[in-house]
Design a binder for this molecule. Structure first.
Ligand code: SF4
Length: 213
């Protein structure tokens, strides 16, 4: 059921006999309303937080109320990536590749302490200190794990963020490449971010010089 008041721009009077059938709105508002009311999350989870994400889709919490019940098993059909769980170095290349494969407009939610900052495993040799080191995050949800209610609240915050966007400014309508393509990190003995290649070369050269001296 469409709530017409969500779309109606204040200041334009609609005659009483036409209320509920006609709205006067802006292109931005109807465009944002359409996208924020049908966000399709990607269906994947990384660790314990994913259990809470699954609960959100079950009848007790029911994300279908927000038009978000269609979890897609393909990044090509997904609007939002919920990074739910501990992000190990081994998984980062896969997560970045999936992000690159999502079409614009796309959003990322970091669910829980692990995805936001490494959480209880931050000091671990095999864990990254937050997925935002590699892909842009729109909403962070604190907690270990966040409750299903917290995830719903985070998704509502994402909706608020979408409400504030304008098609004149969003990156996917700008000239140039229509997507943020992030170089996929290389997993060797440790994880290497190709964007830091020059910096790492400089550090290695400086260390080699120190050892020679
Ligand atoms: S934040 Fe807590 S519940 Fe979520 S994946 Fe990390 S350890 Fe598990």
């Amino acid at each position: 059921m469409v709530d017409h008041s969500e779309l109606q721009v204040p200041g334009y009077e609609i005659p009483p006999e036409m209320q509920g059938q006609v709205v006067i709105t802006t292109l931005d508002r109807i465009y944002n309303w359409g996208r924020r009311s049908s966000l399709w999350p990607m269906m994947f989870g990384l660790a314990c937080c994913a259990i809470e994400m699954i609960a959100v889709q079950a009848p007790r919490f029911d994300l279908a109320r927000f038009g978000m019940e269609v979890m897609r098993p393909s990044p090509r059909q997904s609007d939002v990536m919920i990074v739910a769980g501990t992000v190990t170095k081994k998984m980062v290349p896969a997560v970045v590749r999936l992000y690159n494969q999502m079409p614009e407009p796309k959003y990322v939610v970091a669910m829980g302490a692990c995805a936001s900052s490494g959480g209880p495993f931050k000091a671990g040799y095999n864990v990254v200190a937050g997925i935002d080191k590699f892909i842009p995050v729109d909403v962070y949800i604190p907690g270990c794990p966040p409750t299903p209610e917290a995830l719903i609240y985070g998704m509502m915050k994402l909706q608020e963020k979408i409400d504030k966007q304008s098609i004149r400014q969003v990156r996917w309508y700008q000239k140039g490449p229509d997507s943020v393509q992030i170089p996929v990190p290389i997993l060797g003995p440790d994880l290497i971010d190709p964007r830091r290649a020059e910096e790492l070369k400089r550090i290695a050269a400086a260390q080699a010089q120190t050892q020679e001296g």
